[in-house]
Each structure stands twice: as structure tokens, then as C-alpha cells.
Design a protein around this ligand. Structure first.
Ligand SMILES: Cc1cc2nc3c(=O)[nH]c(=O)nc-3n(C[C@H](O)[C@H](O)[C@H](O)COP(=O)(O)O)c2cc1C
Length: 203
């Protein structure tokens, strides 16, 4: 049973959540869990201006995903930062290369799930995850979110990401806030939950 975690991260927030998702998925006995980055599409000059080169070095060791790898997974958990309330362009471009997989129905029946990050608390986390689901549904995937059995999403004693749609974090306007303990727990929960469901489906 294979679980792929496929993500894009510019400053490391989604990378940190992806690690927690992987931890959760690995907690299910028999699951083979792998992390992949989608290809970068911005020129180095632009990334430098955006202050992304240094943070990206910390996860440069994660292999870049080829679209064909998606076919080998039973569950795929996608991570993307919010871009104007939608998935980032790098992820969009990655999906734009999956037309052949769509034509073959190669992802039909696989489990799909999404987590995200935004600068501000109400900057589009839910719209990013929900609009991402449209693409997964076109591929015939079975959408799994973050159920309320993850009780951490009920918290109001501190600012926190996480919704029934998926785990998330609030990065801050300058990226100064890293995922909190509660947000990392949500990501671990989602990883485990998706993997458990995929396991049941593959039996
Ligand atoms: C072009 C662009 C658009 C963005 N749009 C939003 C937005 O609509 N709402 C928001 O809260 N943050 C927005 N952000 C901030 C990113 O979502 C934030 O930097 C990201 O979640 C951090 O995750 P990362 O470190 O994994 O890249 C935007 C950033 C960029 C560069």
C-alpha cells in the first residue's frame, strides 16, 4: 500500500506540514510512504527576489515528482500554499501535465486529500482546499478531509489552522510563524486517516 505526499513549498511551511502528514501515514502498519515536490516553475532570479532560495535549500533533498509516479500510489496527499485563494501555479502546472493520466482514468478510485498554508488567518485556506478538490474529482479520486474526530480543529483558545477540509497553517505576512503543535497534530491525523481509508479500500 503506497502513499505519496506531493507538495510545493516556497518558504518551508508546507514542507513542515508534509513531514507531519508523512509521520501520520507511517503510523499505519504496512504503509509505504514517500514525499515528493512538484517542479519549480519560477526562475531563480525571481525566487531570489522573493527570498525563497535559502528556505528551499532545506528541502532540496526531497525528490521531484514525475506525473507518472501518481499511478503507483493508492493514496495521494497534496500540499500547496494559498495563492489568491487557490492552489499555487507550480501545482497547477503539475496537474496540467496529467491529461494523459486523466484520459486513461489512471487515478480513478485512488484516495486524494489536500492540506494548505496561507499568510493570514482568513486568506483562503478553505477555498484553496475546496477548489483543489475539483481537480481531484475530475481525476475520479475519492476525497478525504480532516474529520472532527480531530478535535484540535474545535479550539478557540489559540489561533489555529485546520478545518474539515484538511490540515493547514497560518504562516504570517512575513512567513514568521511556523506550524503550531496543534496544526502539526492535524497534519499527522490527516496522514493517518487517509492511509487507513486507503488500506480499507485496497483490501
Ligand atoms: C503570489 C502570492 C499569492 C498569495 N496569496 C495569498 C492569499 O491569497 N492569502 C494568503 O493568506 N496568503 C497568500 N500568500 C502567502 C502564501 O500563501 C504563504 O507565503 C504560504 O502559505 C507559505 O507557505 P510555504 O512556506 O510552504 O510556501 C500568497 C503568496 C504569494 C507569493
Amino acid at each position: 500500500m503506497k502513499v505519496l505526499i506531493v507538495y510545493y513549498s516556497m518558504y518551508g511551511h508546507i514542507h513542515r506540514l508534509a513531514e507531519a502528514v508523512a509521520e501520520g501515514a507511517k503510523g499505519v502498519t504496512g504503509a509505504q510512504v514517500e514525499m515528493r515536490r512538484v517542479p519549480e516553475t519560477l526562475p531563480e532570479e525571481v525566487l531570489m527576489k522573493m527570498g525563497a532560495l535559502e528556505p528551499q535549500k532545506t528541502f532540496a533533498h526531497i525528490p521531484v515528482c514525475n506525473v507518472d509516479e501518481l499511478t503507483s500510489a493508492d493514496a495521494i496527499i497534496f500540499g500547496t500554499p494559498t495563492r489568491f485563494g487557490n492552489m499555487c501555479g507550480q501545482m497547477r502546472q503539475f496537474f496540467d501535465a496529467t491529461g494523459e493520466l486523466w484520459a486513461k482514468g489512471a487515478l480513478v478510485g485512488k484516495v486524494g486529500s489536500v492540506f494548505t498554508s496561507s499568510a493570514t488567518q482568513h486568506g483562503g485556506q478553505e477555498s484553496t482546499i475546496l477548489s483543489f478538490h475539483i481537480t481531484l474529482l475530475h481525476h475520479g479520486m475519492i476525497i478525504v478531509g480532516l474529520p472532527y474526530s480531530f478535535q484540535g480543529q474545535m479550539r478557540i483558545d489559540e489561533m489555529t489552522g485546520g478545518s474539515p477540509y484538511g490540515a493547514s497553517t497560518i504562516a504570517g505576512g512575513k512567513g514568521e510563524r511556523m506550524p503550531s503543535k496543534n496544526e502539526l497534530s492535524a497534519a499527522r491525523f490527516q496522514g493517518k486517516h487517509v492511509t487507513t481509508i486507503a488500506f480499507k479500500l485496497t483490501k
